[in-house]
Design a protein around this ligand. Structure first.
Ligand code: SAM
Length: 283
């Protein structure tokens, strides 16, 4: 018996349902229920929330979320082999777990959850960044979710939370930090997973801000940031040439040296520049 619920230990669940990890599904399972409970706690107060979990697998994190009091968990799992194990968890927590068998990139979870919503996942590495970008770029802000608590490769987590001035700082940092508070709450060694991946992993907790940190049009900001970081070794007066014919003047007016490189420019300055570009295009 596990300490958290009356369900069997995860090793037993995996053996009984023959859930050998498949590499192509990004399967690296967490079997320590103390650890999954800790990740669930890092997501904040779950009691009043519906939680969306992507990729529950054998259900270690799912059990943590339910044991920590999530009002309801919607779990989206691509691998049908995991369904019997997840059905056992649903039976142990009546009415609190819904499992959808499908691809999280194709399923719209909104029909199945009620606000407030938190998203918590030990994401498959191959779809993690794509899902994060989707969650950070909804048609309107604030988004449907209150927070994201997500496991990534440590290097990706560092790119999400990076500050200006380093190699890790780029589009992902600007995108995430423009509209959310983002911090690394936990880093795990490869041995925490079965099978062990090659790299360390980190959990990032992002809280949606009620409105973007600085005003800017999302599309203009995104194009400025993309152009700047696509040629990150170039000075901005060169890398941003395609953004506006008078980019050098606009940079100067915003107090950004035209000779600076994108990685030296902070979030506020990028937003100031995006507003100037938009005004110059309209004027
Ligand atoms: N949450 C479990 C844990 O912590 O032990 C499993 C995590 S494992 C890193 C990733 C899980 O995501 C696997 O169960 C895998 O089958 C599932 N998965 C992979 N691609 C998926 C997708 N596109 N949509 C939904 N689930 C997916």
């Amino acid at each position: 018996m596990s300490a958290l619920d009356n369900l069997p230990p995860l090793r037993e669940v995996i053996a009984r349902h023959d859930l050998r990890a498949k590499k192509q599904l990004g399967q690296n399972f967490l079997l320590d229920l103390n650890l999954t409970a800790k990740i669930a706690r890092a997501a904040g107060d779950l009691g009043q929330c519906d939680v969306i979990e992507v990729g529950p697998g054998p259900g270690g994190l799912t059990r943590g979320l339910l044991a920590e009091g999530a009002r309801h968990v919607l779990a989206i799992e691509k691998d049908a082999r995991a369904l019997p194990a997840l059905a056992e968890i649903a039976a142990a927590y009546p009415g609190r777990l819904t499992v959808i068998n499908g691809d999280a990139l194709e399923i719209d979870p909104l029909a199945h959850v009620a606000p407030p919503v938190r998203i918590v996942a030990n994401l498959p590495y191959n779809v993690g960044t794509e899902l994060l970008i989707r969650w950070l770029t909804p048609p309107a802000w604030p988004p449907f979710w209150q927070s994201l608590t997500l496991m990534f490769q440590k290097e990706v987590a560092e790119r999400i939370t990076a500050r200006p001035g380093g190699k890790a700082y780029g589009r992902l940092a600007v995108l995430a930090q423009w509209r959310a508070d983002a911090r690394i709450v936990m880093t795990l060694p490869p041995e925490a997973f079965v099978p062990a991946p090659k790299v360390h992993s980190s959990v990032v907790h992002l809280t949606a801000l009620p409105q973007p940190r600085y005003p800017a049009d999302a599309k203009v900001l995104s194009s400025v940031v993309a152009a700047g970081f696509n040629q990150r070794r170039k000075m901005l007066r060169a890398s941003l040439k395609s953004i506006h014919p008078e980019i050098e003047r606009l940079l100067e007016e915003c107090g950004i040296p035209p000779t600076a490189r994108a990685e030296e420019v902070g979030l506020e300055q990028f937003c100031t520049l995006a507003r100037a570009v938009q005004a110059a295009r309209q004027g």
